[in-house]
Design a protein around this ligand. Structure first.
Ligand code: PEP
Ligand code: MG
Length: 573
C-alpha cells in the first residue's frame, strides 16, 4: 500500500481501478536479479512482446484504413524489428548471463545498438534508431501495463496521468470514469473545469513518482476531499474508506435539503447561484441542485467534442434545447472561446509560443467570421425560446467590443430581412478577464448590459502566472491584492452604471472569497453545480452588513498570503 498527496480540485471519494495514461517516455528501472528470477523476467519479456505485437498489428490495420497501404507499410517494418531474432537473443542473454532485469536488459541492448549505428555515421541507420526506440517504448509500455488509449477505459477507472488536454478529457467515456489523478494539471485548467462540471473526483499536483508505482488494474482509493491517493490499500484501509464514502454521501444528501431553500444572507440579501456548464448532459446536475440559471455556458466545448465545426442548425437546436429546459431562468451563452489550452483538434491554428497571449477567443472569432456569424445567427434564432443572454469573452479593448456588437447588429438585420424571429432585447454581457478591460470597466459599463468576472483568466493575466503551469502554481493566487482591487473596481463601475455583475471563474465557489465578493456588492455567482448547495449553506450564515468591516481590512492588506489567512480565520464556512 502506498499513499500519495495532492490537491483536491473536484470533490468526492471513490474506490476504483488504476488506468495509467502517459505521453512521456517510460521510466526505466535497472537492477540486478537473482538466479530464480531469470525465468520470470524472460516470461515477462515474451508477454510484453506479444502485447506489443498485437498493438502494432492494430495500429497497422487503422493506418491501412486511414492512410492507405503504402503509408501503413512502415508498421510492417516495426513489426519486423520487434520480432528480430537477434534483438530477442541479445535481450534474453543479458537477462540470463548478466542477471539484469528485463527493462534494464532492453535498455542496454538498445544502448549497444545505438552506439554501433552512430559509429556507422550513416543517416539511414540514424533514422532507423528512432523506429527502434518506438518499438522498444511499446515493449516497455506493455511491461508497465500501460494502455495508450483513453477510450479503452475499464469499469470504475481512475485515470492516473501527468496531465490531459481538454479535448482528451472531452472524449473520455464518462460512464466508466471514476476519477482523475494528475501529477500536473491546474486549479483552473480546463480539464479541472470539466471534471468539476461532471462531478468527477479529481486530485492534481500529485507527487510525480506515483506514475512509477502504479500499474493498470490496481485498486486505488481517491480521496478528493482530503487530497490523498492510496494505491493497493490493505483490507483495513479499504474498509475504512468504504465507511468514509457512506458518510460522505450522507453529508451530500443532507446538503440536498437546501435545494429549495432561498439563497439569501441572514439580513435578506438575495444572491443568485447559477451554474457553469460545458455540455448538455450537465443540465441534469443543475436541476438536481435547483440552480438559479446557467451563468456560463462555454460553447467551445460543443466544438471540442466533435471532429468538425458545428453548423447553424445543430447549434440552434442545442441552444434552444438548453433555453427551453431552463424554463425562463437566465441562460448566459458565451461566444466561442478557443485557443489558449482549448485547441480544436481539427482547427488548423498555428502553434504559438505564448498561446494564452496569442490568437485566442474573440481574436479568432473576429478573424474567422465564417465561424462566428454562424454561431451568432444560431444563438439569436434560439433567443426567442427562453431567457438567453449573450456573453462576449476575451475582450481587451473597446474597438473589439464594438466590432462584436456591430456583427450582432448585422446578423439581426439579416434575420429581419429573412423574417426570422429573435429576441430584439437580448442582453449582451462582457467577460471581465483581461486587466485592461477591468481597468476601463467604467467605460465598458456604458456599452453592455452586464459584466461577468472571469477570475480564472483575470488572475493569470494580472499577476502574469500561467493558470496551467504546475511549476508556478504556488504563485497563482485569487487572494492577490491586485486581483481583489481590480474586482472591487469592476463591481463599483458596474454599480455606478446600474448594470448587473457576477463572478463566474472558479473563485466564485471559493468559500473564503464568497463573503468578500458579497461585501463588494456582487449578487450573482456562477459555478459548477457540485458547489452550489454548499455555497448556499455558507450564504445563509452570512450577515452582509457585518462584512463591511472585513472588506475594508482586506482591501488595506498588501500580501496575498495574509489576506488568505485572514479570510480563512473568519471561519464562516
Ligand atoms: C475565466 O476566465 O474565469 C472563465 C470563466 O473562463 P474560462 O475558464 O473558460 O477561461
Ligand atoms: Mg476565461
Amino acid at each position: 500500500m502506498m499513499t500519495f498527496k495532492g490537491v483536491p480540485v473536484s470533490k468526492g471519494i471513490v474506490i476504483g481501478r488504476v488506468f495509467k495514461y502517459s505521453k512521456r517516455k517510460p521510466i526505466i528501472n535497472c537492477y540486478k536479479i537473482t538466479e530464480d528470477q531469470i525465468e520470470i523476467e524472460i516470461r515477462l519479456f515474451d508477454a510484453a512482446k506479444e502485447k506489443a505485437n498485437k498493438i502494432l498489428r492494430e495500429i497497422k490495420k487503422e493506418a491501412d484504413h486511414d492512410l492507405g497501404t503504402m503509408e501503413a507499410q512502415i508498421f510492417d517494418a516495426h513489426i519486423h524489428m520487434l520480432n528480430d531474432p537477434v534483438l530477442d537473443e541479445t535481450i534474453k542473454d543479458l537477462i540470463k548471463n548478466e542477471k539484469i532485469n528485463v527493462e534494464g536488459a532492453i535498455k542496454q541492448a538498445v544502448d549497444d545498438l545505438s552506439e554501433k549505428f552512430m559509429k556507422l555515421n550513416n543517416n539511414y541507420f540514424k533514422e532507423r534508431l528512432k523506429d527502434i526506440q518506438d518499438v522498444v517504448n511499446l515493449i516497455l509500455n506493455a511491461l508497465d501495463g500501460k494502455s495508450s488509449k483513453l477510450i479503452d477505459l475499464f469499469e470504475s477507472s481512475v485515470i492516473v496521468a501527468e496531465d490531459l488536454t481538454p479535448s482528451e478529457t472531452a472524449l473520455i467515456n464518462k460512464e466508466r470514469l471514476a476519477g482523475f489523478v494528475l501529477t500536473e494539471g491546474g486549479m483552473t485548467a480546463h480539464t479541472t473545469i470539466i471534471a468539476k462540471s461532471l462531478m468527477i473526483p479529481t486530485v492534481i499536483y500529485v507527487e510525480e513518482n506515483i506514475l512509477n508505482h502504479v500499474k493498470n488494474g490496481e485498486t486505488i482509493i481517491l480521496d478528493a476531499v482530503k487530497g490523498e491517493v492510496i494505491v493497493e490499500p490493505d483490507e483495513e484501509t479499504l474498509e475504512l474508506y468504504k465507511h468514509k464514502i457512506v458518510l460522505y454521501n450522507k453529508k451530500e444528501k443532507e446538503l440536498l435539503k437546501l435545494k429549495d431553500e432561498l439563497s439569501v444572507t441572514r439580513d435578506g440579501c438575495k444572491i443568485e447561484l447559477a451554474a457553469n456548464i460545458n455540455s448538455l448532459d450537465e443540465i441534469n446536475s443543475v436541476f438536481q441542485v435547483n440552480g438559479d440559471g446557467i451563468g456560463l455556458l462555454r460553447t467551445e466545448f460543443f466544438f471540442l467534442k466533435e471532429e468538425h465545426l458545428l453548423d447553424e442548425e445543430r447549434q440552434y437546436r442545442i441552444y434552444r434545447e438548453i433555453a427551453e429546459k431552463m424554463k425562463g431562468k437566465p441562460v448566459v451563452i458565451r461566444l466561442i472561446d478557443i485557443g489558449g489550452d482549448k485547441d480544436l483538434p481539427y482547427f488548423d491554428a498555428p502553434k504559438e509560443i505564448n498561446p494564452f497571449l496569442g490568437w485566442r477567443g474573440i481574436r479568432i472569432s473576429l478573424e474567422r467570421q465564417d465561424i462566428f456569424r454562424v454561431q451568432l445567427k444560431a444563438l439569436l434564432r434560439a433567443s426567442c425560446h427562453g431567457n438567453i443572454k449573450i456573453l462576449i469573452p476575451f475582450i481587451s479593448s473597446i474597438e473589439e467590443l464594438r466590432k462584436v456588437k456591430g456583427l450582432i447588429i448585422d446578423i439581426e438585420n439579416e434575420l429581419e430581412q429573412e423574417n426570422i424571429e429573435y429576441n430584439r432585447n437580448i442582453e449582451i454581457g462582457l467577460m471581465i478577464e483581461i486587466p485592461s478591460t477591468a481597468i476601463l470597466a467604467d467605460v465598458f459599463a456604458k456599452e453592455v448590459d452586464f459584466f461577468s468576472i472571469g477570475t480564472n483568466d483575470l488572475i493569470q493575466y494580472t499577476i502574469a502566472v500561467d493558470r496551467n503551469n504546475s511549476k508556478i502554481a504556488g504563485l497563482y493566487s485569487p487572494y492577490h491584492p491586485a486581483v481583489l482591487k481590480l474586482i472591487n473596481h469592476v463591481v463599483k463601475a458596474a454599480k455606478n452604471e446600474g448594470i448587473a455583475v457576477s463572478v463566474c471563474g472558479e473563485a466564485a465557489a471559493n468559500p473564503y472569497l464568497v463573503p468578500i465578493f458579497i461585501a463588494m456588492g456582487i449578487t450573482e455567482l456562477s459555478m459548477s453545480s457540485a458547489y452550489i448547495l454548499e455555497t448556499k449553506k455558507l450564504i445563509r450564515k452570512i450577515d452582509r452588513k457585518e462584512l463591511d468591516y472585513h472588506l475594508e481590512k482586506v482591501m488595506n492588506m498588501t500580501i496575498a498570503s495574509e489576506i488568505e489567512e485572514y479570510l480563512i480565520s473568519m471561519n464562516l464556512r
